[in-house]
Write a protein that binds this ligand. Structure first.
Ligand code: NAP
Length: 245
């Protein structure tokens, strides 16, 4: 990954942070994008630089096209064009569908799908002209199976499947690839928000009998970002402990 520039949206914490750490450890320049956690993002940058890696922080709410375009300028000034884009930023607003407000629906669709539109389109030319550019979309097992109280989130996450396959086709002639990673339930702040008794119920459905670690997901993304995955495109890679067996 030496001299490759990787933008990971939502990498101030959680899975995004883990992905950034893995890519930086492989020699890439990583861009730590975040919405509001400036201190956390700066901590990630410092940690990577302390380990002799290369990183910069870039604040931009993925729902704001102008902010995303301004981030592109910052990244180009610091590292040049982006070779690898990981669309990871995501939120939940859980409630039963019959009680879900239009605002809760729109917020989740706006970040989890609208953000992917804004960031992918802004960096499309970078990925297309890169030598073996990579687009990696972080979906969720919830996009495949649905989940009680997550109609908005499941809709957004399953939308990424069609998006990934289509962009894979549109990128293919350039030699760049697009894939999705579908994590199962992973030990992050997002999972911590789920009630304990629901976490226990989820655990009963995981054949490997544990939640995913951030490293489980990040190492799969690192593989897809590397040249080892050159002939894989349009795929959805499950990392879920056997949940859909
Ligand atoms: P997390 O711990 O809640 O972290 C979310 C990250 O996204 C933070 O860095 C946050 O930035 C950023 N973010 C949120 N809204 C943003 C916006 N509008 N613009 C820019 N950045 C934004 O989440 P996570 O659990 O690591 O999840 C990461 C991805 O994996 C998400 O797409 C999620 O849907 C998916 N996923 C998670 C799980 C799981 O069990 N955790 C399972 C399957 C899939 P700030 O810190 O500034 O808020």
């Amino acid at each position: 990954m030496d001299n490759r520039t990787c933008l990971i949206t939502g990498s101030s914490r959680g899975i995004g942070r883990g992905i950034a750490e893995h890519l930086a450890a492989s020699g890439a320049n990583v861009v730590i994008n975040y919405r509001s956690s400036t201190t956390k993002a700066e901590d990630v940058v410092e940690e990577i630089r302390t380990g002799a890696g290369s990183a910069m922080a870039a604040q931009a709410d993925v729902t704001g096209r102008r902010e995303v375009e301004a981030m592109r300028e910052e990244i180009h000034d610091e590292f040049g064009p982006v070779d690898v884009l990981v669309n990871n930023a995501g939120i939940t607003q859980d409630t039963r569908f019959e009680e879900m407000t239009r605002e809760e629906w729109d917020q989740v669709i706006d970040v989890n799908l609208g953000g992917v539109f804004n960031v992918t389109q802004t960096f499309f030319d970078d990925i297309k002209t890169a030598e073996e550019g990579r687009l990696i979309n972080i979906s969720s097992i919830v996009g495949k199976q649905g989940n009680f109280g997550q109609a908005n989130y499941a809709t957004a996450k399953s939308g990424l499947f069609g998006f990934t396959r289509t962009i894979a086709l549109e990128l293919a002639r350039s030699g760049s690839t697009a894939n999705a990673v579908c994590p199962g339930f992973t030990e992050t702040d997002m999972l911590a928000e789920v009630d304990d008794h629901i976490q226990e119920k989820i655990l009963e459905d995981i054949p490997l009998d544990r939640f995913a670690t951030i490293d489980d997901i990040a190492s799969t993304v690192r593989f897809l970002a590397s040249e080892d995955s050159s002939y894989i495109t349009g795929e959805v890679i499950d990392v879920n402990g056997g949940m859909d067996l």
